[in-house]
Design a protein around this ligand. Sequence first.
Ligand SMILES: Cc1cc2nc3c(=O)[nH]c(=O)nc-3n(C[C@H](O)[C@H](O)[C@H](O)COP(=O)(O)OP(=O)(O)OC[C@H]3O[C@@H](n4cnc5c(N)ncnc54)[C@H](O)[C@@H]3O)c2cc1C
Length: 460
Amino acid sequence: MSSPKLTSGQRAVLRGLFPGDDYLERPEEACVYGADASRRFAQPWAVVRPRSLDQVRELLTWAHREAVPVFPRARGTNVVAGCVPQGGGVVVSCLAMNHLAIQEEDFTAEVGPGLVTGDFQRQVQARGLYYPPDPASVRFSTLGGNTATCAGGMRAVKYGVTRDYVLGIEAVLPGGEMIHTGSRTHKNVVGLDLTRLLVGSAGTLAFFTKLTLKLLPLPPAQASLMAGYPSLEAALIASRSVFRAGILPVAMELMPEEVLGCVAQAATPPWNAATKAVLLLKCDGRPDGLREELILVRRALEEGKPVFMEQGVDTLGEDRLWELRRLINPASFRLAPDKISEDVSLPRGRVAKAILGIREIAQKHNLPILTFGHLGDGNIHVNIMFDAAQEQQQTGARQARKAVLELVLHLGGVLSGEHGLGLTKREWLHRQVGPVERGLFSLIKRAFDPKGIMNPGKAY
Ligand SMILES: Cc1cc2nc3c(=O)[nH]c(=O)nc-3n(C[C@H](O)[C@H](O)[C@H](O)COP(=O)(O)OP(=O)(O)OC[C@H]3O[C@@H](n4cnc5c(N)ncnc54)[C@H](O)[C@@H]3O)c2cc1C
């Protein structure tokens, strides 16, 4: 069966442009490109896999002329339906564009958008170089997807997020015109910063065909510390002491009581029922400097009077500690089969208020809510657990989500620190961004994409 929404002439053009398997239109083949990690779905009219810049240019010239919507897609790991072809259109997979060239002397790399981030990190590390952004999906998400979502990760405390490493972008506009933003230099203040505008643009402005990324020297040593506390407040005192000691850890994660109980069902952790909050930190640097830093970090962590402290120095020891953090997601499903997952971000000093407020929301709706995450930069994950088969729980979960987002905005926080708004949170945009600013978003969208064919309906 062929696609119902493209004419036979249009299908013939696409088939000619994308030979063989690079063009899919049978619903049973195309359907896997209709969903992402949000678990939402819309059937694509067709799927194409460009391998060259010329193919992308021809495609976007054609799509603009014919006013056919196009949905850029990489690995589909975004959790906000960012690449679901809602309303119908052609899904454009960038996975075949995964070239890599490293310029060691410049501390840069030029990559295709379809290169998997973890593979890239391994290749640059083999040359003593370092690409820090590390979303938890690093092993299966791509540099193109990370750039379009401005992905963050645990190392953001010290090293920042994807936006801090994208020096330049080659992209194709609807209509087929090419743009080159930024440069291979680490500094550049010429003109308006279109690179920053494109990072996080969620596939709504242009299709990326090449990214120029900044690299750092690889830190030779690293270590992690875990400390358990008798109260949430004690853990927060300790976290503040670390910063006050003049230390910027690579990562600083918080796991409050609810999360500890949940993880303890799936592993044998170093905490017991007396532990009400756990901090997990990572530091790096040169071996001698790191040794000194660890002494200072331990001293700072002791200010919260921990009930236990563990250090992981070698890869195995560190991995044992971080595995407990990674277990939160799978372990959460022991509480209930379904979850609403939010990744709100708060001014750092208001994280405690948010956690306490969310506990009240959990009590009110009688649902388990796990709140945890990147304490070091105020980006916390909120998992509202429920059973979708029970109508009352489903309604309760939706109301709890609304209450959580209201609370976060009230505390001066933002709706998303990493995942973006996609389709799932788009209706909340006006609660955070004013009408004048939203008007500017629309003007910018029109300047790049006058017919509105690029990933329509997403983000803003
Ligand atoms: C288990 C798990 C853990 C995660 N952990 C994190 C985390 O720690 N931090 C975090 O930030 N996110 C996290 N995510 C979310 C997700 O991995 C990120 O949003 C990631 O950046 C998406 O990359 P992708 O390659 O899958 O892109 P996709 O999901 O395919 O696409 C994401 C967006 O990019 C656009 N896009 C894709 N390719 C292009 C292109 N060539 N040109 C223009 N636009 C394009 C798409 O239209 C879409 O809007 C996690 C997801 C999962 C499932």
